[in-house]
Design a protein around this ligand. Structure first.
Ligand code: G3P
Ligand code: CA
Length: 282
C-alpha cells in the first residue's frame, strides 16, 4: 500500500516548523501554518509573574541570549531577550550555513517573530488562521506541572475559556488538545474541562500501560518514536483499547513510513513540509 492510500494522518509541527525557524517562536509557527501543518505543538511554562510562555527547557540558556530559569524570570525579562539568533549560530556551527528562514519571507518580521512567545499570542495566531479559513489545531504540552501544584493547568484553562476553546463539542472538532507526561496534570485538565481532548505522552511503556490502557479519561496516546521502533505491536494494542495514537518526534522518511504502516493518527515532526510531501498531502 502506498502512503497516499493510507488514512489521513495529522501532521503536527513540533515547536513550530522548528527545523527551519527557531523553535517556539512566532516565526516557526507562521512557517508551519504556511507549510500546511494540520496542528502546532508547543510546550508551556509559567513565568515568575504567572504568564504562560512557550519554552521547552527549564532554562532559557539554550534558546535565547539570556540565562536563568523561566520560573525565576518575569515576562518583561523574557521579552527583552532574543529567541532567534541561537538557531543561526547553531545551524552555522553544525551545517556551515545559515538557516532557511534567514533572507526568506520571514526576514523583516524577525524582531516580533523571534521574541518570547506567550501562549496567548499563539492562541491568537490559531484563531486568526482559523478565521481566515486555514484550519489549524494546537497541541499544548504542560511542562513539569508538578512544580506548580495546579497553577499551570489553572492558567491554561482560564486562557482557553477566554478564547472559547475549553468546551469543544467533540474531539474531532476541538481546535485544542492538552498533552503531558504527567497523568496528574491531565487529570486536573479533565476535572475542569471534561470535553477537552487529552494526550498522555510516554517515553517508555510503563508496566501499568503495557496492555494499551491509559489513565482514566485519556483518549489519545502519545508514544515516543523509540517505543514504536522497539514495540511496533503497541500501536495495535493502543488502538484496540480505543485510543488514537500521536507519535513524536518523527523526522526521517523511514520513520514516517513506519508510522503510516502502523496506522498512527498523528505524526509530530520538526519538518512538517517534508512529511506532508512524503504523505502526498502537498
Ligand atoms: O510532543 C511531545 C514531545 O514534544 C515530547 O517531548 O521533549 O520535545 O517536549 P519534548
Ligand atoms: Ca513538547
Amino acid at each position: 500500500m502506498t502512503l497516499a492510500r493510507q488514512h489521513q494522518i495529522q501532521v503536527v509541527a513540533h515547536r513550530g516548523a522548528s527545523e527551519d525557524a527557531p523553535e517556539h517562536t512566532l516565526a516557526a509557527y507562521k512557517k508551519a501554518v504556511e507549510d500546511g501543518a494540520d496542528a502546532l505543538e508547543c510546550d508551556v511554562r509559567l513565568t515568575a509573574d504567572g504568564h504562560l510562555v512557550c519554552v521547552h527547557d527549564r532554562r532559557v540558556n539554550r534558546t535565547s541570549n539570556g540565562r536563568g530559569a523561566v520560573s525565576a524570570l518575569e515576562l518583561a525579562d523574557l521579552a527583552a531577550l532574543d529567541f532567534g539568533s541561537w538557531k543561526r549560530n547553531h545551524d552555522e556551527a553544525v551545517e556551515g550555513e545559515g538557516p532557511d528562514w534567514e533572507g526568506s519571507a520571514l526576514e523583516g518580521r524577525r524582531t516580533e517573530d523571534t521574541s518570547v512567545l506567550t501562549l496567548e499570542r499563539l492562541l491568537e495566531l490559531v484563531a486568526e488562521s482559523n478565521a481566515s479559513g486555514r484550519r489549524v489545531r494546537l497541541a499544548i504540552e504542560t511542562k513539569h506541572p508538578t512544580r506548580w501544584a495546579g497553577q499551570v493547568e489553572e492558567r491554561l484553562l482560564v486562557l482557553l475559556k477566554r478564547f472559547g476553546l475549553d468546551a469543544p463539542p467533540s474531539d474531532e472538532l476541538s481546535p485544542v488538545r492538552v498533552m503531558s507526561f504527567s497523568a496528574r496534570s491531565l487529570l486536573r485538565v479533565r476535572a475542569a474541562a471534561p470535553a477537552l481532548p487529552t494526550v498522555y505522552l510516554m517515553q517508555f511503556i510503563s508496566p501499568r500501560h503495557r496492555d494499551g490502557r491509559l489513565p482514566d479519561g485519556v483518549r489519545i496516546a502519545g508514544p515516543s518514536l523509540r517505543i514504536l521502533r522497539s514495540h511496533p505491536g503497541y500501536v495495535a494494542k493502543l488502538k484496540r483499547a480505543g485510543h488514537q495514537v500521536h507519535v513524536w518526534t518523527v523526522n526521517e522518511p523511514g520513520d514516517v513510513e513506519l508510522c503510516a504502516e502502523l496506522g498512527v493518527d498523528a505524526i509530530i515532526t520538526n519538518r512538517p513540509k517534508q512529511v506532508l510531501t512524503q504523505l502526498d498531502r502537498l
